[in-house]
Design a protein around this ligand. Structure first.
Ligand SMILES: [Zn+2]
Length: 481
């Protein structure tokens, strides 16, 4: 603080010399104004990902605040805001239990306080995020709903945009893409009312994901292009990291590897620099997938292992990370580590039985059993995974799984000369083709159609030359709004 800087009284707005303890005009303590200043700094630190500095400023705020009565601290929302900022630090570091505790304390301190729409809506929205994170979708939906109502009523457009977009995320997770797009449209209106390019870019990113999973993917590419075009106006590192990382993922999933690479590298650098552990895991997994697609096995393994190791503290993507390693070791026909990582997924499902983890478990079993010619087991896991994917309407993942399973059936048909197995393989390939057609993924569609056009005897040779479709790992970052 420079000596020329004045401090504005929070009670009467009079400017005071920085050395004053009480306001020269009204006699009230200037501790409130000083607390707000430290809280503002902490908030700016959090936006830059500088958590240690944010904690230091929050500690200063806590000390200065003690000069005020508890009633004053509460009515000026200082206590609630401090709890909220603490929660954000935990949340970004992936410590959701701690984040939730702080948020509930913030909520307690906001009860029966007038004129607090913005903060209350933010607290409710972040509570929704924490619940979404644990796949408690109904609880998350309720928090987002409450948040959006408070925000709309208080004309807090930016928080309204976040909360409404999050309602869209839940609709998407529950397999309702149309409802999801309708929420995103409403969220865009709120973001534009609030004149916030960061939020607009973030909503474009979310819309892109809906089109990526449901088709046409050309629209997904359109929306990420629009999101990235706003990057210079995004002053929040976490938001920028998400926009770039997800843009990279959309290009990656569409097979545009050279376009994907620079976005993924940049997102990874930001995530590392700012210690966004969640985004570090996500971007490493995407970089692993990129290396896989490029046939660079050493890099594929390197990023996969590092992502997996990091999930010991960020459990949310542990199963995805393990699935990626199952796929790697199955590709190397190295069965022992493949089984080991399958077991990690099984353990994870036992501890945190979420729907997405169950899909990953079935998917991993398909890969491993198919490679070991354990056909019945593979079929059972395939059917289980597909029925779960149908619930989420994730056409992209379903198509990849159809294709992987059909590859096994074709092998089985060639080895057993069983015409019914061959017919089944063709039927599954037709399903993959239909999904790719709806998605508008022409390169993949061509692969599958060329398989369908071959005679049975030539299929196996042809199959060997076709690139393995990667498991569609999402690491959905949509809830971090
Ligand atoms: Zn005053």
């Amino acid at each position: 603080m420079s000596s020329k800087e004045t401090i504005a009284c929070l009670f009467c707005q009079a400017a005071n010399p920085p050395t004053n303890a009480t306001c020269a005009a009204c006699g009230q303590s200037l501790a409130a104004a000083r607390t707000v200043r430290y809280l503002d700094r902490a908030e700016a630190d959090i936006a830059k990902g500088q958590y240690n500095q944010a904690r230091a400023n929050l500690t200063k705020a806590d000390v200065v605040m003690l000069d005020l009565s508890s009633e004053q601290r509460k009515s000026l929302l200082l206590t609630a805001r401090a709890f909220y900022l603490h929660s954000l630090i935990y949340y970004h570091k992936g410590q959701t239990d701690e984040a939730k505790d702080e948020l509930l304390l913030a909520l307690q301190n906001l009860e029966d306080q007038p004129s607090h729409a913005n903060l209350l809506a933010n607290v409710l929205n972040t509570l929704g995020n924490v619940e979404y994170y644990r796949e408690h979708l109904n609880a998350a939906f309720d928090y987002y709903q409450r948040s959006s109502e408070v925000a709309i009523k208080g004309k807090a457009h930016l928080v309204a945009a976040k909360a409404i977009a999050n309602l869209g995320n839940i609709s998407g997770a529950q397999g309702n893409p149309d409802a999801s797009l309708a929420y995103y449209d409403r969220a865009l209106v709120a973001a534009e009312l609030g004149n916030d390019p960061l939020r607009v870019a973030d909503i474009y990113r979310l819309i892109a994901y809906v089109y990526l999973k449901n088709g046409p993917v050309s629209k997904a590419l359109e929306y990420v292009t629009q999101a990235v075009a706003l990057r210079d106006q995004i002053d929040n590192q976490a938001a920028l990291c998400r926009v770039l990382g997800d843009a990279g993922n959309v290009y990656l999933k569409c097979g545009e590897l050279d376009q994907a690479a620079p976005y993924l590298s940049e997102a990874y650098e930001i995530a590392q620099r700012a210690e966004y552990r969640l985004m570090q895991v996500v971007t490493m997994m995407y970089l692993a997938e990129l290396a896989h697609q490029r046939g660079d096995n050493a890099t594929w393994l390197n990023y996969s292992v590092r992502a997996f190791n990091m999930t010991s503290s960020v459990v949310v993507w542990r199963s995805e990370a393990a699935l990626q390693l199952v796929e790697y070791y199955v590709g190397q026909q190295d069965w022992q580590p493949a089984h080991l990582y399958l077991k990690y997924i099984e353990d994870n499902v036992r501890l945190h039985p979420t729907e997405s983890d169950r899909i990953h478990l079935s998917h991993a079993k398909v890969l491993l059993n198919a490679a070991l010619d354990q056909w019945d087991e593979a079929t059972q896991s395939y059917e289980e995974a597909i029925s779960r994917l149908d619930q989420t309407h994730d056409r992209f993942s379903a198509a990849a799984l159809h294709q992987q399973y059909a590859a096994m059936l074709l092998r089985q048909a060639a080895l057993t000369h069983d015409p019914t197995v061959h017919a089944r393989a063709r039927a599954v390939l037709e399903q993959a083709a239909a999904a790719y057609r709806q998605l508008g993924l022409t390169a993949r569609l061509t692969d599958v159609e060329s398989l369908l056009n071959r005679q049975q005897s030539n299929l196996l040779n042809r199959l060997k030359r076709i690139k393995h479709p990667q498991t569609a790992l999402w690491c959905d970052t949509s809830y971090t709004n």
